[in-house]
Design a protein around this ligand. Structure first.
Ligand SMILES: O=P(O)(O)OC[C@H]1O[C@H](OP(=O)(O)OP(=O)(O)O)[C@H](O)[C@@H]1O
Ligand SMILES: Nc1nc2[nH]cnc2c(=O)[nH]1
Ligand SMILES: [Mg+2]
Length: 167
């Protein structure tokens, strides 16, 4: 998203993530078989593992792209190449979400023949993914289960606020 424009937070639980990954796997079934799954680290790794399990796919590769520090976006850089995936032919690339599309664009340049799928898509990046499950607004920051922990929240009457609203 670039520059701290998130005005909402959407918290995704482990259960929801698992359901969404299975929904995505179901969408991908007609494209079977895949030679392998490429996870975009780190956020794509857990969705990719769930999808690979559903599709019976045991070959997994990774591509590591670095572009965000906290919620700030810089220039994207591939710091680990997906050597086993060649030009992507027969491979499925999985990420947790597309936001600006910067990561997806770079990965697609590197793996032009791969199918690209992610769980969530924001409008700016939506065109860069072949498959996704749920669209979220551009001003929403998705909080994944590995980024969060259950915490006490004061009741609204005592000045508490729901967890989906930015301070
Ligand atoms: O469409 P974009 O604007 O490029 O944003 C989407 C990317 O940002 C996040 O990864 P991040 O770079 O934060 O690294 P991580 O997966 O290691 O957490 C997310 O997992 C996507 O890969
Ligand atoms: N966790 C998380 N990482 C991101 N990277 C780019 N957009 C997002 C987002 O909404 N949530
Ligand atoms: Mg990522």
């Amino acid at each position: 998203m670039g520059n701290r424009m998130a005005t909402h937070y959407a918290t995704v639980t482990w259960d929801q993530l698992h359901r969404d990954a299975r929904t995505l796997a179901r969408q991908l079934m007609p494209l079977m078989p895949f030679n392998g799954v490429v996870a975009i680290t780190r956020g794509g790794m857990i969705p990719a593992a769930i999808i690979a399990r559903e599709l019976g796919c045991r070959v997994m590769e990774t591509i590591s792209v670095v572009s965000y520090e906290e919620e700030e976006q810089g220039d994207p850089m591939i710091i680990k190449q997906p050597d086993a995936a060649g030009d992507g032919e027969g491979f499925l690339v999985v990420d947790d979400l597309v936001d600006s599309g910067v990561t997806a664009r770079l990965v697609r340049e590197r793996l032009p023949k791969a199918v690209f799928a992610c769980l969530y898509a924001k409008p700016k990046g939506r065109e860069l993914t072949d498959y996704f499950v749920t669209e979220v607004s551009q001003d929403t920051w998705v909080l994944f289960p590995w980024d969060t922990a259950p915490l006490f929240v004061p009741p609204l009457v005592d000045g508490g606020r729901d967890g989906d609203t930015a301070a």
